[in-house]
Design a protein around this ligand. Structure first.
Ligand SMILES: Cc1ncc(COP(=O)(O)O)c(C=O)c1O
Length: 364
């Protein structure tokens, strides 16, 4: 039998995740230096210096397997979040938690419901299990349409993903709408609340998703050290879930999925209040600056609760920005050919982006 006949058909049909273009690739392609990347919602300040030091120290112990239970990180984080240590599950980035919940709950023929456009990994992990994605369009303001999402939940639904704040729009849902949605979800459907960007949210009524864990078994909140904590390259994510659900995710994961360097980096980053505060200030000031400057250029900018902006900049702006040495994220693949997603950068990066847009003129 040929390999193409023996591979799982749903795996062969998978369209792999497309990451943001790396800086080195663009520089090589254009033969330039000094390109900037505002495409992957990374922390423009880099990792916490305490985390860098912790990685350096931990490197000497890299010949040992990690503590498979991540005891120290579990203790510290559970204390911070006010949950029991057994409610935490760690992963190689939040991505792994999405994959673990798909692995634990989806069979071929099952359905997973989520808004669209939303995080590109949802359809990938769903298809990876041979299950079906049910995509519910965002509303006219590009916000989750929670009543429509609720209606899309049916007999075959096992999972519902709610990305809040939503990637790639930066929009969010507030507490009243969220609570009404969660209260109406059928028992047995696993609710995955993806809060990769929640720490950046500015709306005062941001939902208390963790508050639902004791009240609704089958709920998990996914967070990451990749954004606020600047550790995208170290790959640390976690889920907080009710103890039963956490137990299933634990059974599904590899024993050493969090490596020794990553655990030490995350522990140190949690203690670096200064780095966190600097990051939040930079992102919030950058959002205001870019919002004002881009609107002055005649571009439509969405209000954001994340560390990036959705901008209707006009078709072709992604390619023209590349030629200016500025990498943003094109959204044509999400059905938004005139929009780009722009990570809020340092003050200098934001200014460079504005200057480049002014030069190329990005009006739709
Ligand atoms: C909404 C959302 N969820 C999850 C992730 C995955 O994060 P991680 O780097 O922790 O795998 C991302 C990364 O961009 C994201 O945007």
């Amino acid at each position: 039998m040929k390999l193409a006949e023996s591979v799982n058909a749903h795996i062969a049909a998978l369209k792999p995740y497309e990451p943001g273009k790396p800086i080195e690739t663009l520089e090589r392609e254009l033969g330039i230096d000094g390109a900037i990347k505002l495409a992957s919602n990374e922390n423009p300040l880099g990792p916490s210096p305490l985390a860098v030091e912790a990685i350096r120290r931990a490197a000497a112990g890299a010949h040992r397997y990690p503590d498979g239970a991540s005891f120290r990180l579990r203790e510290k984080l559970s204390g911070r979040l006010g949950v029991a240590p057994g409610q935490l599950v760690f992963g190689c980035g939040a991505d792994e938690l999405l994959e673990l919940v798909a692995k634990a709950f989806l069979r071929p023929g099952d359905e997973a419901v989520f808004a669209w456009p939303s995080f590109a990994m949802y359809p990938i992990v769903v298809q990876g299990m041979g299950a079906q994605s049910v995509r519910v369009p965002l509303d006219a303001r590009l916000v989750h349409d929670l009543p429509a999402l609720a209606k899309a939940v049916g007999e075959r639904t096992r999972l519902v993903f709610v990305c809040n704040p939503n990637n790639p729009t930066g929009t969010s849902v507030g507490r009243a709408a969220f609570d009404a949605f969660v209260a109406g979800l059928p028992e047995g459907v696993v609710l995955v609340v993806d809060e990769a960007y929640a720490e950046f949210a500015v709306r005062p009524d941001f939902p208390d998703s963790l508050g639902w864990l004791p009240r609704r078994p089958g709920t998990m909140v996914v967070r990451t050290f990749s954004k606020l904590y600047g550790l995208a390259g170290a790959r640390v994510g976690y889920a907080v879930a009710d103890p039963e659900l956490a137990g299933y995710l634990e059974r599904a994961r590899h024993p050493f999925n969090l490596n020794v360097l990553a655990e030490e980096a995350a522990l140190a980053a949690l203690d670096d209040r200064e780095h966190v505060e600097r990051t939040l200030a930079l992102v919030h000031e950058g959002a205001q600056f870019l919002g004002k400057e881009l609107a002055a250029l005649g571009l439509e900018v969405w209000p954001t609760d994340a560390n990036f902006l959705l901008v209707r900049a006009g078709a072709g702006v992604y390619d023209r920005l590349l030629r200016e040495g500025v990498i943003v994220r094109p959204l044509a693949g999400f059905g938004l050919p005139e929009h780009v997603r722009i990570t809020i950068g340092t003050k200098e990066e934001n200014e460079r982006l504005v200057a480049a847009l002014r030069r190329i003129g990005g009006r739709p």
